[in-house]
Write a protein that binds this ligand. Structure first.
Ligand code: MN
Length: 202
């Protein structure tokens, strides 16, 4: 079955005032929908047509040359945004608890240092891309960023959480002030959802 745009798990205005409803509506209904549509067009009639999106992006290097760029950009776009929506929510913010909190403290010193390093990775990603918290092959947490719609899973890393720093994610409300968007984004993180991802990946 062709890939489908997942439903947003909350209303367009649920992340107000930090992320405005109009941005969410366009981001989900136009940008993410566009990635899904173009991904389906690229893999239609190929052996990749029915592959799970995670498996497809994980095995990107094995995808044939003639469709690899389309899968990387549009499949990556679909996969990235499918991770992004559920790790945000209307009652977000604060700090994680449990194993994730311990792992963050053990790795980065404390939550504030983690927040600073992650925000810095997001702010300094040149052009369009994402910043990520990932679990590496040794089970350790690591912060990184990727260009365009690339996902760390194509490098054998497991994405725990990520922030979209494409201008389409923030420009209507924040214009060129990416740092302000990043600072406000911490108020919409659904830490329970991030912790669940971490438990399933570590
Ligand atoms: Mn986006």
């Amino acid at each position: 079955m062709a890939h489908q745009l997942p439903e947003l798990p909350y209303g367009f205005d649920a992340l107000e005032p930090y992320i405005d409803a109009r941005t969410m509506e366009i981001h989900h209904g136009k940008h993410h929908a566009g990635y899904v549509k173009k991904l389906n067009a690229a893999i239609e009639g190929t052996e990749y047509e029915n592959m799970d999106i995670e498996e497809l992006i994980k095995g990107l290097s094995k995808v044939p040359d003639n469709i690899r760029t389309a899968v990387q950009n549009n499949g990556g776009g679909h996969y990235n945004h499918s991770i992004f929506w559920p790790i945000m929510g209307p009652d977000g913010g604060g700090e994680p608890s449990g194993d994730l909190a311990s792992a963050i403290s053990d790795t980065f010193g404390n939550f504030d240092k983690f927040k600073e390093e992650f925000s810095n990775a997001a702010a300094t990603r040149f052009g369009s891309g994402w910043a990520w918290l990932v679990v590496d092959n040794s089970g350790n947490l690591k912060i990184m960023s990727t260009p365009n719609q690339d996902n760390p899973i194509s490098q054998g890393l497991k994405p725990v959480m990520g922030i979209d720093v494409w201008e389409h994610a923030y420009y209507l409300k924040y214009q060129n002030k990416r740092a302000e968007y990043i600072e406000n984004w911490w108020n919409v993180i659904n830490w329970d959802a991030v912790a669940e991802r971490y438990e399933s990946l570590k």
